[in-house]
Design a protein around this ligand. Structure first.
Ligand code: HEM
Length: 416
């Protein structure tokens, strides 16, 4: 955060003040004010923010918004300084390269693959809780919400157990460094780029091992696609890192944010357990209510009018604030209420358009399994204090830790 940004007043720059101590705890009233007063907001820093559901959906669907290529990629410095280190993540590509890459990966995150992973996820959830529930109090994020999806993504890529702690540290450095230059320090951006370089080296070596001894994992499939000429080595490495970082931080925060929401709404938690049929709509509502990913950015590839008064010039960046769109009363009745039975739920938590999340089925399955197992095995689970600390990112919404007390009646060991 630069001195001038602070003295200039963050509200004037971002439309809300992320330095306000209340913002991290509850950004939603801040978003609501912006959505009501300046739904299409142009920051003096030269980028736009849209907060209405309608505008966010249009932005995500409109092919006139995408990612700049070649030298124009410098334009994204505000949101992704050093963006070049991530050019090979297909999440930042335009068609036709995006389409080609997405098609290669799609089959590995299909409903069939997700179904086949279910027993692994259930067993992993039980194993982690066998350990955590022995204690009267534990940090749900460190012991459960993070460990579960991290293990799953390592399984998908078949990362050897000994390498996992190192990979985890690199992924953390990467995740801490994503976000606008106004909220991430140059040191964090540098650490992120160093993490990408180290992950590139790691996956290059792992891919060579899969070439020598093929397995039945995603990396073997990607290595065969590389050898068959369907992608470059840089694209293979970018895809491994993308899957790795997109695949677990988001799911960790979904499990963490959802647990917190259910602990704060005992009547909804009781419904979750009493009405198993509600599980599907419950997960959608938890995704809407406190989304793990709050914003996405796009760059205008040509001049695009957003309405009669606002034209985004080619090269300018626009942030779609999906955390605000998910609470837009024009689309969701009584949007600040958590209602696990909500039927008309049009949340944008998995994005929309061509970049809509490829891992949504996997994320949903893990969250369902994690929440059901946790709440069934620890019927008296409670918050151990209201002192919550959130990650410092603007784009990501997740707790650093969530201290819970186990309470009486916990099933410490499952029969397996
Ligand atoms: C459950 C929590 C998850 C959330 C909230 C989430 C959210 C998102 C969002 C919002 C996007 C679109 C970003 C944009 O348009 O700018 C996205 C894309 C993506 N996600 Fe997820 N995600 C989750 C889980 C996963 C998992 C488990 C995986 C894979 C193992 C995954 C892999 C991807 C990939 C590969 C893309 C890029 C798709 C493309 O560009 O075509 N995600 N995700």
């Amino acid at each position: 955060m630069t001195e001038s940004a602070v003295s200039g007043g963050m509200s004037a720059l971002l439309g809300f003040d992320p330095l306000d101590p209340g913002f991290r705890l509850d950004p939603y009233p801040h978003y609501a004010r912006l959505r009501e007063e300046q739904p299409i907001f142009r920051s003096p820093l030269g980028f736009w923010m849209v907060t209405r559901h309608r505008d966010c959906s249009l932005l995500l669907q409109d092919p006139r918004f995408g990612y700049p290529e070649g030298d124009a990629a410098k334009a994204t410095d505000l949101f992704a300084a050093g963006f070049s280190s991530q050019r090979n993540f297909f999440i930042f590509m335009n068609p036709p390269d995006h389409t080609r890459m997405r098609d290669i990966v799609r089959a590995w995150l299909s409903p069939r693959v997700v179904r086949s992973l279910r027993p692994y996820v259930q067993a992993a959830a039980d194993r982690l809780l066998d350990e955590a529930l022995r204690r009267e109090e534990f940090d749900l994020i460190g012991s459960f919400a993070h460990a579960l999806p991290f293990g799953v993504i390592c399984e998908l890529l078949d990362v050897p157990g000994d390498d996992r702690p190192m990979i985890m540290r690199l992924a953390q450095d990467y995740l801490a460094g994503i976000g606008p230059a106004v909220s991430v320090t140059p040191e964090q951006h540098q650490a992120r780029d160093e993490a990408v370089a180290a992950l590139n080296d790691y996956f290059r070596a792992l891919s060579a091992r899969r070439r020598a001894v093929p397995g039945s994992d995603v990396l073997t499939h990607l290595t065969q696609a590389l050898d068959g000429g369907s992608m470059s080595e840089d694209e293979l490495l970018g895809t491994c890192i993308l899957l790795f970082v997109a695949g677990h931080g988001t799911t960790t925060n979904l499990i963490g944010n959802s647990t917190l929401a259910l602990l704060r709404h005992p009547e909804q938690r009781a419904r979750f357990l009493a009405e198993p049929k509600l599980e599907g709509s419950a997960i959608e509502e938890l995704l809407r209510y406190d989304a793990p990913t709050q914003m996405s950015f796009r760059v205008a590839l040509e001049d695009v009018p957003l309405d009669d008064d606002h034209v985004v010039a080619a090269g300018e960046q626009v942030l779609a604030v999906r955390g605000a769109a998910n609470r837009d009363p024009a689309v969701h009745a009584d949007p600040d209420r958590l209602d696990l039975g909500r039927t008309d739920n049009r949340h944008l938590t998995f994005g929309g358009g061509i970049h809509v999340c490829l891992g949504s089925a996997l994320g949903r399955m893990q969250a369902r399994t994690a929440l059901r197992t946790l709440l069934q095995r620890a019927p008296a689970l409670a918050l151990a204090g209201e002192d919550l600390a959130y990650q410092e990112s603007l784009m990501v919404r997740g707790l650093k830790a969530l201290h819970v007390s186990t309470g009486p009646g916990a099933v410490v060991e499952t029969e397996r």
